[in-house]
Design a protein around this ligand. Structure first.
Ligand code: SD4
Length: 323
């Protein structure tokens, strides 16, 4: 089926499940072909891998998983997987989730010793009747399913952690780009199907046991194959309080473009979160038609967009202009 006919048939399907798909995409500027969209500078290598998976015939679920795996396995990334910054007690604890075009989702939180938490989340989604496992239960599940137990704290990260500990720097809202690298990645394959993944070690120096927005379906990530997908980065508490990613998708369902939806939810967070001027929160969004959007509270948020054969790093617009 050519892509135009494929898109039309998907739109028709959308009308079966409700009025909103046509309403949302009647005006949309349709973009053909696979699209991968992800957060921050590390989105570039993640997108490259994700796109390669699609080219090799992988599913859109494989694409989002393998894309973020690259960043989880990069010891130089301080906010995801191996090399991730520890909590205030010195433990690296990871949060991740994944969601596919069939509305299935999997999630892990407060998981230690496993390099690729998003792959554990996928196994939970595919091999159990549950969505989310946490802590020791998640670790035991991973070990039972062949994941290797690893030391995630690298020498470099340990040195940085000791310095912060000595300076008594507790977890605090961080707005600098160097402190954010959580990867949220959403994709649409050539058939028009959507999936997403999100993975992080969370905010540095968090309380032991703290879980952020990233593994929470609807907060750090949300995918609705009739509508679109969104992912969040930044101060997770503000995203959690506003069910951020689900709200972005819901606004797209009701006709907002991805850009309008991201802007509206960032504005809502700014209105409701008292300390909003001192935090960063950013969203990326992709709709079924292939349009994208991104918006953040602070300047400095970047995202990577792979479409039409090009993988580009783009500076997001923001509510505050404090570059
Ligand atoms: C969290 N949202 O744990 C994550 C942190 C993050 O870029 O996105 N950093 O709150």
């Amino acid at each position: 089926m050519n892509s135009r006919r494929r898109f039309l048939s998907l739109s028709t399907l959308g009308t079966v499940s409700g009025f909103s798909t046509l309403k949302a995409f009647g005006q949309a500027k349709r973009v053909d072909g696979p699209i991968v969209l992800s957060t921050w500078n590390s989105g570039i290598p993640a997108n490259n891998r994700a796109f390669q998976v699609l080219q090799e015939g992988g599913s859109v679920l494989d694409c989002v998983e393998k894309g973020v795996n690259v960043i989880e396995s990069d010891p130089n990334n301080r906010t995801v997987g191996i090399g991730g910054f520890p909590d205030e007690e010195g433990h690296v604890t990871l949060d991740a989730c994944i969601m596919d075009e069939r509305q299935r989702c999997g999630s892990v939180a407060f998981l230690q010793h496993i390099e690729n938490p998003v792959s554990v989340a996928r196994r939970i989604m595919e091999d159990t009747k549950h969505v989310m496992l946490v802590g020791e239960g998640a670790l035991n599940f991973a070990l039972r399913n062949g994941f290797e137990k690893k030391v995630l704290l690298t020498e470099k990260t340990l040195t940085a952690w000791k310095k912060r500990k000595a300076e008594a720097i507790a977890s605090q809202p961080e707005i600098n780009v160097e402190n954010h690298d959580t990867i949220g990645l959403v994709a649409r394959n050539a058939d028009g199907n959507l999936a997403g993944a999100c993975t992080t070690s969370g905010v540095a120096m968090k309380l032991h046991g703290r879980v952020g927005d990233s593994p929470i379906i609807g907060a750090g990530l949300y995918v609705d194959n009739d509508v679109g997908a969104a992912a969040a980065t930044g101060w997770g508490e503000a995203v959690l309080e506003n069910a951020g990613s689900a709200m972005v998708v819901e606004l797209m369902r009701h006709g907002r473009t991805p850009q309008q939806a991201c802007e509206e939810i960032v504005n809502r967070i700014a209105k409701k979160f008292e300390n909003w001027r001192n935090i960063q929160v950013g969203f990326i969004a992709l709709n079924k038609a292939g349009e994208i959007g991104a918006f953040a509270i602070q300047s400095g948020f970047s995202y990577a967009h792979h479409s039409g054969g090009k993988n580009q790093l783009i500076k997001s617009t923001s509510l505050l202009n404090n570059a």
